[in-house]
Design a protein. Sequence first.
Length: 84
Amino acid sequence: GGGGGGAHTVTEHENLGSRLQGACAGICVGLLLFLGSFPLLFWNEGRAVDRYDALNEAKGQTFSILDPTAPPDPANEGKLLHFS
């Protein structure tokens, strides 16, 4: 039998060059993400402004219907309607 060995630990040491290389790689990735966020932010804000403008335009073109159970009015064909 036997074979009841205990746990053992393997320790690896990194030299200064590989640690600096890893740190520089992390800094470069971070800078790329930071700089890449500005075009994405600009694009997203542009979409938000477009959506805001579209909703304001729709608000000005909306007709309210007081009785949604009433038969449809042909005069409202193709119009943006609001009812609750």
